[in-house]
Design a binder for this molecule. Structure first.
Ligand SMILES: C[S@@+](CC[C@H](N)C(=O)[O-])C[C@H]1O[C@@H](n2cnc3c(N)ncnc32)[C@H](O)[C@@H]1O
Length: 318
């Protein structure tokens, strides 16, 4: 039985499987399996596009009656609580049985329940013959409102990819200062802002920075947006995100990409880069080392792949 504090559940589209696994390696040091993961790390589920719930485990047992005894021993007294049954991989109990189990749990907790506006949500679940009980924190879907941002680019990365880039760059640490070195219309900035990160944006294109500012204002977010070539920016950050310009296939474009990567590397020790071609050589030339990687296919377009590179300064990699 794993002796760990948190159980996370995940949900994602098949085409983002590799990105979810990359994110979980970066945040938790291991991959989710069967869309769930046990970890000692406490992460807010709402910072990720893929984490559905977090269960803070209070009691566990292979024996259901023993689990109920353990819950009673916790002497929980809470007004306005509710309880949910989490259906995990391999659990085929029907609705009636699940409701009965929830009732059992309810009787172990003192206080009047409130099902509509609960003060706290407990949950029960079973995975690989072990029962778990704990406090449930759910993912908030409020970031979906960014679908209606006033300005978008047809080729912009999706919101879920943008959200994951923020997670990968910050490794789930909300005090990380972030830079989006090529911010476009600000898809990444919006996801960082709603999750509570301190992020700045930079773009060489005036209209891009104007649209980013308008998108931020539309949702009442504040972030510094710089109209500048990244090579002229000189503030230091804990981590940076670079969604490289596409549609550049000439020799000079390799040079442009190499310059963007090298300029960003001067501002931080950790860079998450998005590209559509193999840029390993350019990354290495800039003094960064690729520590992790994944490739994702655009939904419905099996020929368009994006490569996501997790890079760190050579000096920080042992
Ligand atoms: C692929 S787009 C980024 C799109 C962005 N992620 C979004 O969702 O809107 C690449 C951006 O890099 C910007 N760019 C190109 N060269 C740059 C440079 N040297 N410094 C800063 N930005 C640059 C372009 O103006 C473009 O907006």
């Amino acid at each position: 039985m794993p002796n760990l504090e948190f159980l996370y559940t995940f949900n994602y589209d098949y085409h983002l499987d590799a990105l979810c696994k990359l994110e979980s390696r970066q945040i938790f040091d291991k991959e989710e399996k069967d869309k769930l993961l046990f970890s000692p790390f406490k992460i807010d589920p709402s910072i990720s596009a893929f984490i559905k719930t977090r269960l803070e485990i209070i009691a566990s047992s292979e024996n259901y009656s023993e689990l109920l005894e353990k819950i009673k021993k916790e002497n929980i007294y809470v007004e306005g609580f509710t309880a949910e049954y989490l259906i995990l991989d391999g659990d085929s109990r029907d609705r009636t049985e699940r409701r009965k189990k929830l009732k059992d749990v309810g009787f172990c907790i003192e206080g009047i329940p409130n099902f509509t506006t609960p003060s706290i949500t407990y949950a029960i679940c079973q995975y690989e013959d072990v029962w778990y009980f704990g406090i449930l924190t759910k993912h908030h879907n409020d970031w979906h409102k960014h679908k209606k941002k006033p300005h978008s680019f047809s080729n912009s990365i999706g919101m879920d990819v943008a959200k994951s880039l923020v997670c990968n760059a910050s490794q789930g640490n909300k005090s990380t200062t972030l830079l989006d070195a090529c911010c476009g219309v600000g898809t990444v900035l919006l996801e960082a802002c709603i999750a509570g990160f301190n992020i700045a944006g930079c773009d060489i294109d005036f209209n891009a920075t104007k649209y980013t500012k308008q998108n931020l204002t539309y949702y009442n977010y504040t972030a510094d947006v710089h109209y500048s070539d990244i090579k002229d920016h000189n503030t230091q950050y804990d981590a940076a995100i670079v969604d490289l310009p596409y549609n550049l296939y000439s020799y000079s474009s390799d040079e442009i990409m190499a310059n963007i990567i090298a300029s960003t590397a001067k501002l931080t020790n950790r860079v998450v880069i998005v590209s559509i071609s193999d840029i390993k050589a350019e990354i290495q030339k800039s003094g960064l080392k690729v520590t992790d990687y994944c490739s994702i296919v655009k939904k419905g377009k099996s020929t368009f792949t994006r490569k996501i590179w997790i890079c760190e300064k050579e000096s920080r990699v042992s």
